[in-house]
Write a protein that binds this ligand. Structure first.
Ligand SMILES: C[S@@+](CC[C@H](N)C(=O)[O-])C[C@H]1O[C@@H](n2cnc3c(N)ncnc32)[C@H](O)[C@@H]1O
Length: 573
């Protein structure tokens, strides 16, 4: 580990631009840390994690095809925070695209930010569903790992040992790999051909059965999918490995949950699966006694956005919290982890099992949300309150298009929740199940179906409806401009919201979903029967591009800006 004067000496070298800083500071710093030349890749190309196109890391350090350290260098110290946030977001969303240099797509475990006279090396840690980076310090001073130490931390110098709980980033990556391996035989199952949702539902079920040690049920489920002996053998071996890791307490907790969600969104990075982000999905439903299909697009919310929304909403263990359109359960898991960090694990378990509710009208999503929560607390797998239901009405109609879980009816009572959060569908047309019933209820309860029944109206109204009238909080990701721009049927809804709620924060974001141009905004409201009209509202717009001091247009580090905005809102900075 180096903390010595040579580093200070290097950092004091005056430089006028990035290139000079690279030659005169970063390159000699790498020499000083003993990084071999073949391990250094300047200007390494990656996919832009915030939108289209490619970006370049200033440097990537690697061992064979394993990425180890990303480096962002800036000539002046006041650019440190920007450089750090950039390095952080590039490292945790690392998608290599450098021709002729194959590299694994995984979390980069270390980063270095060097800006003028200030430099820090950070180590990745799992926090919630997200990855954070913590400075490496020795006696309170920034410290830098040398090459041998880097290799040792990554387990590259000795035979692979068991993963310790502190190696959570490695656990998350291993978990993604495990789910990918487990999925392989299922993906090839003849009985599930072209039924992508059912493959994942089966995978979730097998994991659940493995936790219950129910060998016979595993065999039966595999036989029903016509898996065949060879594939069954492969699957049982993977499951055996999994059980061993669970028993040695190596393979539970939030790192595994992160690994699972990464698998769901981008398994193996090959984009082979068809049920994930932004793909239109043929979903079955019943109508007039006949099975029909409709197309629904699935958008999974990025972990970074979820994490910042949960920071704004501040759930507590004693509160009732609902995500009425929970998808893969990202908000649910992040709330549990937030409570575990702020309070303690015992209270977080109680909260997860007794006061947290997830609803979705898609069986695939219900299955994934349950699986995600079970990775956090496997012992409560049977207690989680995640239900297949349409969240928009209080009682399911007798001729529902989906097989609704009646237990959800009592969880959907008006005014019951301290916090309602999530990312509901935002289409101009109502896209959910049981349209006729929703339309009927909307007309009789809220009298605003003029302009047609639209997703965003329905879910915003429903969120306010579910929140406790005095002090219930609502934190939603909604289509941008919903409260100001869209006039179709909105005035009535807006007036209702102004009567019942105080608006606290609106953060308009550029595109957050890859492959989709929709602009979204985080909206935070607090219910209050006598809203304070003079209360200040923080309105922020994060733009896709910005201009630096020399007038050069640059892409905004969306997640970094969002974090800084939330810090400002919470008074952290
Ligand atoms: C944008 S996604 C939410 C994604 C989720 N936050 C995540 O990160 O995975 C919207 C979700 O709403 C669900 N949904 C749509 N209409 C619904 C309804 N009427 N009731 C309950 N869930 C609904 C969809 O199935 C989808 O999972």
């Amino acid at each position: 580990m180096k903390t010595n004067g040579r580093i200070r000496e290097l950092l004091a070298t005056p430089c006028f631009n990035d290139i000079e800083y690279g030659h005169r500071v970063i390159w000699p710093l790498l020499d000083h840390l003993g990084i071999p030349l073949h391990a250094r890749r300047p200007q390494f190309q990656i996919e832009n994690p915030f939108g289209n196109g490619l970006l370049r890391l200033d440097y990537l350090l690697h061992h064979e095809d394993l990425p180890l350290v990303t480096i962002e260098g800036e000539p002046t110290a006041r650019q440190f925070e920007t450089g750090y946030r950039q390095a952080k977001n590039y490292s945790r969303n690392f998608k290599p695209r450098q021709r002729g240099c194959p590299m694994q797509e995984r979390t980069v475990p270390f980063l270095i930010t060097a800006a003028g006279g200030r430099a820090e090396m950070c180590r990745a840690i799992v926090r919630g569903l997200n990855i954070e980076y913590e400075p490496i310090l020795q006696d309170g001073q920034p410290a830098f790992l040398e090459w041998d130490e880097l290799l040792a931390e990554m387990g590259l110098t000795e035979p692979a040992a068991a993963l310790g709980p502190q190696q959570r980033v490695l656990i998350a990556d291993t978990a993604t790999q495990f789910f990918t391996e487990l999925f392989e035989p299922i993906d090839a199952a003849p009985a599930l051909r072209n039924q992508e949702d059912r493959k994942i539902v089966l995978l979730n079920r097998l994991i659940h059965l493995a936790l219950q040690r129910d060998e016979r049920a595993i065999q039966t489920a595999c036989q029903a999918a016509k898996l065949g002996q060879r594939r069954l053998g492969q699957l049982l071996r993977t499951i055996g490995w999994y059980r061993q890791k669970i028993e040695s307490d190596e393979f539970t907790g939030v790192a595994v949950a992160r690994g699972y969600r990464t698998f769901l969104q981008q398994p193996g990075g090959r984009g082979r699966h068809r049920y994930f982000t932004e793909e239109s999905q043929s979903r079955p439903y019943w109508k007039g006694g006949r099975l029909r299909y409709r197309n629904v697009a699935r958008f999974f919310t990025p972990a970074e956005v979820i994490q910042q929304m949960v920071r704004v909403a501040q759930p507590r263990a004693a509160e009732s919290v609902i995500d009425m359109t929970c998808g893969t359960g990202g908000y649910l898991a992040e709330c549990v982890e937030y409570v575990a960090q702020r309070e303690d694990a015992r209270r977080a378990q109680e909260f997860a099992a007794r006061r947290l509710v997830g609803i979705d009208d898609d069986p695939f999503c219900v299955s994934c949300s349950r699986a995600l929560l079970a990775f956090l607390y496997p012992q409560h797998a049977e207690r989680f309150q995640v239900y297949l239901h349409n969240a928009l009405y209080r009682r399911s109609p007798s001729d529902s298009e989906i097989d609704e879980d009646w237990r959800a009816d009592t969880r959907l009572r008006t005014g019951r929740y301290d916090l309602v959060l999530g990312n509901p569908p935002g289409n101009d047309q109502y896209s959910g199940t049981n349209r006729r019933e929703v339309e009927r209820q909307w007309r009789s309860r809220f009298a605003h179906t003029e302009g047609g029944l639209m997703d965003h109206h329905c879910f915003l109204r429903r969120a306010v409806d579910l929140a406790r009238p005095e002090g219930g909080r609502i934190c939603l990701l909604l289509p941008e401009g919903l409260l100001t721009r869209d006039n179709r049927g909105m005035p009535v809804l807006r007036q209702a919201i102004a009567r019942e709620c105080e608006l606290r924060l609106v953060v308009t974001l550029p595109r957050v979903f890859k492959g989709n141009n929709a602009r979204m905004a985080i909206v935070f409201l607090v219910r209050n029967p006598c809203p304070d009209r003079r209360r200040k509202v923080l309105l922020v717009e994060v733009r896709e591009h910005w201009q630096d001091g020399e007038g050069v247009e640059r892409k905004t580090d969306l997640f970094g800006e969002l974090e800084a905005t939330v810090n400002r809102y919470l008074g952290v900075e």
